[in-house]
Design a protein around this ligand. Structure first.
Ligand SMILES: [Fe+2]
Length: 266
């Protein structure tokens, strides 16, 4: 069985597979908001404030606008309350945050995306490990991934990605190709706006990689679906290759194209 989140672990140099029951058997998780401490709030505030400032003129304007739009429920002064965010989303988009125990099986990940549920952890890194994670925490999942779901085109792309994943979940080669597409777009994608701008959550939630990805030591190449499907991602060091899109439409067109290609190959 293939696990979609394997690369998160791998990204931080520690490959482990977590097993958990199938979606219909897993007990629904809740965010225990009352358990967050003052120290957690201090960490969240520091992460949010530092990264919001760092991303100015570096992140996609679409991402920054969405972050601003979400300020009533996503800001530096309160740990994100999934109930509040989900209530806000009901009026703004149809996405909902789904609490997960960290790493989940690929089938479940696809199924959740296909019904517009984005998986998020509820734990937060410690002050000692502000820039080192063994697996994605709430700052990565929420600050990095959630804002762009406000964008209708990106939202449609994510939903279509999940639906395609559900359709091909038993074909390990196709799952691998979808993982590559996810890695080089949703996690580590750049977009050509005023200059190279960040939209991938893995970059947007990382202070260090925000600066690294726009520097001169990395290779940035135009987005090309075929190239990405055949491009293994390297997990034992930070990224040195990024793909840049011209617009979010390009992502939606790519997933539509992939759907056609996968169907043809059956
Ligand atoms: Fe992520």
């Amino acid at each position: 069985m293939v696990y979609f989140y394997i690369f998160y672990k791998a990204q931080f140099n520690r490959i482990e597979l977590f097993l958990c029951p199938k979606i219909n058997k897993r007990k629904k998780m809740k965010q225990h908001y009352e358990k967050y401490t003052k120290e957690d709030l201090k960490i969240w505030n520091l992460l949010f404030t530092r990264q919001e400032e760092n991303l100015q003129n570096k992140a996609s304007q679409t991402y920054l606008n969405a972050l601003e739009q979400m300020k009533p429920v996503l800001n530096a002064d309160e740990i994100p309350n999934f109930k509040k965010i989900n209530a806000w989303f009901e009026n703004e988009t149809e996405w909902q945050i789904e609490c997960v125990p960290g790493l989940i099986p690929v089938e479940e990940f696809f199924e959740l995306l296909s019904i517009k549920r984005f998986c998020a952890s509820t734990w937060l890194r410690s002050m000692k490990n502000l820039d080192y994670l063994e697996e994605p925490d709430m700052f990565h999942d929420v600050f990095g991934h959630i804002p762009l779901l406000c964008n209708p085109i990106f939202s449609d792309f994510m939903e279509a990605f999940g639906k395609l994943g559900v359709a091909i979940k038993n074909d390990s080669q196709k799952v691998l190709q979808l993982q590559r597409l996810y890695w080089f777009t949703i996690e580590f994608g750049l977009i050509n706006e005023k200059s190279n701008q960040i939209y991938g959550a893995g970059i947007a939630s990382s202070f260090g990689e925000t600066n690294l990805s726009l520097g001169e030591t990395v290779e940035v190449v135009p987005f090309d679906l075929k190239t990405i499907l055949n491009q293994p991602f390297e997990t034992d060091h930070v990224q040195n290759l990024y793909f840049i899109i011209d617009s979010f439409d390009q992502l939606f067109e790519a997933i539509t194209q992939l759907e056609t290609d996968f169907t043809k190959k059956k």
